[in-house]
Write a protein that binds this ligand. Structure first.
Ligand code: CA
Length: 227
């Protein structure tokens, strides 16, 4: 595993010249990334089919297909971490992005430094799990080393946030976890997305694991995994 280090190729999809230049320059000079900067979603989808990258920073407002559609197409074949750039700090945009499988979002205007911090946080969670163990409950088996989840032996595709959230529930079987605590544990304390983000991801987990009762809503308190 690569630890907390950044580096490798990061794909930036942004049609705005000044933002694109600023982000590329900052991430390359401060964080040692090689930033592949593309200005359209079509190019990004085509490029990712040819070359895997460690992370994608994806603007929503793009010429041609928009960031939501790019996210949808990427998620059809890849679990690469995706951070969306939203022009408006509006709940519908954020929720739509997360529902499509984005791992996080950063609202414009943002500083390159803030974006860099989010990138590090996501990679840390996605790649730096040291407790390489198998967690199980009900019919679910989660492998931290290979980041694979199976239900009754069948592999289930989860986004990296869904995976981290499931791991968090599996670490605390039978314990009620508040939405705030889950945000803290899975997204990090400074995450401004609000607790609705947790609800969206829990709903996705219930659907993907085909187990609506496994993660129970505890009224006024949060959620718990029923062992
Ligand atoms: Ca744009």
């Amino acid at each position: 595993m690569t630890g907390n280090a950044t580096g490798g190729v990061l794909l930036l999809v942004e049609d705005d010249d000044s933002i694109g230049r600023l982000v590329k320059q900052y991430l390359e000079q401060q964080d040692g990334w090689r930033v592949l900067w593309l200005r359209s979603g079509e190019e990004a989808v085509a490029e990712l089919r040819r070359h895997p990258v460690r992370l994608v920073v994806l603007d929503i407002g793009l010429p041609g297909i928009d960031g939501f559609e790019v996210c949808r197409r990427l998620r059809a074949g890849s679990k690469v971490p995706i951070i969306m750039l939203t022009a408006r700090d509006e709940e519908p945009d954020r929720v739509a992005g997360l529902e499509l499988g984005a791992d996080d979002y950063v609202a414009k205007p943002f500083s390159p430094r803030e974006l860099a911090a989010r990138i590090k946080a996501i990679l840390r969670r996605a790649e730096n799990r040291t407790e390489d163990i198998v967690l199980t409950a009900r019919d679910v088996v989660l492998r931290r080393d290979s980041r694979e989840v199976t239900v009754r032996g069948e592999q289930v595709e989860l986004t990296s946030k869904e995976f981290d959230l499931l791991a968090c529930f599996l670490e605390h079987p039978g314990i009620v976890l508040s939405r705030e605590r889950l945000l803290d544990l899975v997204w990090g304390m400074t995450y401004p997305g609000g607790t609705r983000t947790v609800d969206v991801h829990v709903a996705q987990l219930r659907r993907k694991l085909d187990d609506p009762e496994g993660i129970r809503t505890v009224r006024g308190a949060g959620y718990k995994l029923v062992p």
